[in-house]
Design a protein around this ligand. Structure first.
Ligand code: DX5
Ligand code: ZN
Length: 227
């Protein structure tokens, strides 16, 4: 499974419904929404009310990424708002299994996000519980940053680990993902490409998403031919 998830963080914040429509028009698989609280990361973006408002505007699944200090209190609000995929940071949760369980009990996809410097080994007791892992390939907080090269090995190792354990956990990659590195990241093990500035800073976001979908399709054909 190979998905393209445009992140509206780099879109025009006065026209977010249009940004979501562009994702639909390009054939995106889901929309990525970055919630920042001004504590875990310095910026503040938006909360559950905006997610609920965008829920009304699209049929695409909403993939919500919580960059907040207190996921335990926030998770129910975002479930209520209609998040289909919901991730929080491993670095912020004191009771990881419990918080994941809250998401899963609501029938939504539960994910954990890891900062670039957080070792994969910290997932050892919880990997089997995860529908997806968000591997941060930039430090969270801003769009448009450079992909951190050292995270390539992390994506590859996580992918091998998931295969060895025969799990269905998907790998989302967040930060510096663009048309140029998409095929390489898929080959390292990425399943969900989260793309912010590479989509919405382009004058033609719909066309970029279409091209990204074509790369994902080619990759998935190549994989199935090699099987
Ligand atoms: C960063 C966010 C990302 C952001 C990625 O903290 O989690 O989702 O939108 O932006 P780009 O694709 O521009 O690196
Ligand atoms: Zn994100």
């Amino acid at each position: 499974m190979y998905f393209i998830a445009p992140s509206i963080l780099s879109a025009d914040f006065s026209r977010l419904a249009e940004a979501v429509k562009m994702a639909e028009a390009g054939g995106a698989d889901m929309v990525h929404l970055d919630v920042m609280d001004g504590h875990f990361v310095p910026s503040i973006t938006f909360g559950h009310q905006l997610v609920a408002a965008l829920r009304e505007k699209t049929i695409l699944p909403l993939n919500v990424h919580l960059m907040v200090d207190n996921p335990r209190e926030m998770i129910p609000l975002f479930l209520e708002a209609g998040a289909d995929w919901l991730s929080f940071h491993l670095e912020t949760s004191r009771h990881v299994h419990k918080d994941l369980q809250t998401i899963k009990e609501a029938g939504r996809k539960a994910g954990l996000a890891l900062n670039p410097a957080t070792p994969l080994a910290l997932l050892s007791e919880v990997l089997e519980e995860l529908d997806f892992v968000v591997v941060m390939t930039v430090n969270p907080g801003w769009g448009g940053q450079k992909f951190i090269p050292a995270t390539r090995g992390k994506i590859r190792s996580l992918s091998q680990w998931i295969k060895e354990k025969e799990l269905a956990t998907l790998i989302a990659v967040d930060g510096g993902v663009k048309l140029d590195n998409l095929a390489e990241l898929f080959s390292l093990g990425m399943n969900i490409a989260i793309c912010g500035s590479s989509v919405y800073n382009d004058p033609e976001p719909v066309e970029v998403i279409k091209k990204m979908k074509a790369v994902a399709r080619d990759f998935s054909h190549r994989i199935s031919e090699n099987k």
